[in-house]
Write a protein that binds this ligand. Structure first.
Ligand code: ARG
Length: 461
């Protein structure tokens, strides 16, 4: 019989039973469910809501059940619907009446709200660790490429020279904000909902603060309706995860491009690439492509949860069971992508010469040539025009600006002197941009130092 079978005169239709059951996916919260129940049982005993001996027996037996689940000795039953009733059924089968006292002053509605919060807290910690590890790899790549000049792009057209370190640190900043976002979501998840009951709390004198403390929560929820019916924290996490995969996907796209025969800025390691079943010459960047592709499913997870929640009247509705597969999928996908992405970039070969050559073409130093004239007293708009003409001449004669003779420079503008060569040298172009946030070696080194500090701070937390 079902744990809730008292008022029913028929068994559940077997198809409905399967349809309703969530054990297939919510069993992954077994640990959180058991730990939550242990804290609840302790509190019930301490507050004399159930006999102390029963409370102690429940706590001890739940501990044994946890071990048994972890050692693969337990098979969950579809019939028992979800993880909450599975654990309770197993408990009651083992200790009878004492087990039947566990659910006093509690509903599955506040129980599932508790479990999912606990589960997400654990997962956030793991994802944060993965991102910190990725950040360390980025710092490492940046540190080794402070002088690796490459073209920076806008509109995917060569724009101005930067360094690979500067480019790498751009992604460092993005993932840093991702980590901060996770820390922020964590704060709002870290609130304990047990005691909300089904929707209108409970008549038992529960010690909610005690349960919160036992389970490592910062505080307790302050409205029982909200405590059982809100999932904005799930949506917030899904959104933080969607942003993470967007960053990974963008980065992947750039690496796919750089790995092409046309660019040859990098070469993916053989161990991180795959071949073609028909074209013998092929070596494909599948890892990057898959990560780019998986962004779609994580966005889908976010939109699914948002849509599920949008029309639900307070308080709990079974629709909310649908939050789990989405957020689990988003979490699994991120946990799959971050480490393999890190491995891919840690092992890729960087073709510094090709990057430098790439920065040399396309007049990436044209802005600096204009700035040169400005520093000699010419108004910027006029300098822009002079250099524009210079570029047109260079295109006609198939030359780079640095290949102009002094005569050619003088024809463009009388005020140009020998020091132009130094001024439009790519290394000068990069290293003159030394404002905070710029690509100059010293500026990027400062950003790296700040990055190391951030990573150490998160590590210590
Ligand atoms: N499996 C349910 C869920 O995931 C647990 C809560 C069920 N509550 C209820 N009143 N049916 O949301």
């Amino acid at each position: 019989m079902k744990l809730w079978g008292g008022r029913f005169s028929k068994n559940t239709d077997s198809e409905v039973n399967d349809f309703n059951s969530s054990i297939r996916f919510d069993q992954r919260m077994y640990r959180q469910d058991i730990l939550g129940s242990i804290a609840h049982a302790k509190m019930l005993g301490k507050c004399n809501i159930i006999p102390l001996a029963d409370s102690e027996l429940i706590v001890k037996t739940l501990g044994e059940i946890l071990d048994d689940v972890e050692n693969g000795k337990i098979e969950f039953m579809v019939d028992a619907e979800d993880i909450h009733m599975n654990i309770e059924t197993i408990l009651t089968n083992r200790i009878g009446d004492a087990g039947k006292r566990l659910h006093t002053g509690r509903s599955r509605n506040d129980q599932v709200a508790l479990d999912i919060r606990m589960y997400l807290k654990d997962e956030i910690e793991e994802i944060k660790e993965m991102l910190v590890s990725l950040e360390k790899t980025l710092l490492d790549i940046a540190g080794k490429n402070l002088d690796t000049i490459m073209p920076g792009y806008t509109h995917l057209q060569k724009a101005q020279p930067i360094t690979l370190a500067h480019h790498t640190m751009a992604y460092f900043e993005m993932f840093k904000r991702d980590i901060e976002r996770l820390c922020d979501v964590y704060k709002r998840i870290n609130v304990m909902p047990l005691g909300s009951g089904a929707l209108a709390a409970t008549t038992y004198p529960l010690d909610r603060e005690f349960v919160a403390k036992e389970l490592g929560f910062d505080s307790i929820t302050l409205n029982s309706l909200d405590g059982v019916s809100d999932r904005d924290f799930v949506i917030e996490l899904a959104s933080a995860l969607a942003i993470i995969i967007m960053h990974l996907s963008r980065y992947s796209e750039e690496l796919i491009l750089w790995n092409t025969n046309e660019f040859q800025f990098i070469e993916m390691d053989d161990a991180c690439s795959t071949g073609s079943s028909i074209m013998p010459q092929k070596k494909n960047p599948d890892v990057a492509e898959l990560i780019r592709g998986k962004s779609g499913r994580v966005y889908g997870d976010l939109v699914s949860i948002l849509t599920t929640m949008k029309g639900l009247p307070l308080a709990y509705n079974k629709d909310m069971q649908e939050d789990k597969e989405c957020i689990f999928d988003a979490i699994d996908t991120i946990k799959l992508c971050v480490p393999v992405f890190e491995k891919m970039i840690a092992t890729m070969k960087i073709n510094k010469d090709n990057m430098h050559r790439g920065a040399g073409g396309g007049f990436t130093n044209a802005t600096d040539a204009a700035d040169y004239l400005v520093k000699k007293g010419m108004p910027f708009r006029q300098a822009h025009e002079v250099i524009g003409k210079m570029v047109a001449y260079a295109l006609d004669t198939n030359k780079a600006l640095s290949e102009f003779t002094m005569d050619e420079f003088k024809k463009c503008s009388e005020i140009i002197e020998e020091d132009i060569y130094e001024a439009i040298d790519l290394a000068t172009c990069v290293n003159e941009r030394s404002v905070t946030g710029g690509p100059a070696k010293e500026a990027v080194q400062k950003a790296i130092d700040a990055g190391i500090e951030f990573v150490n701070f998160i590590d210590k937390k």
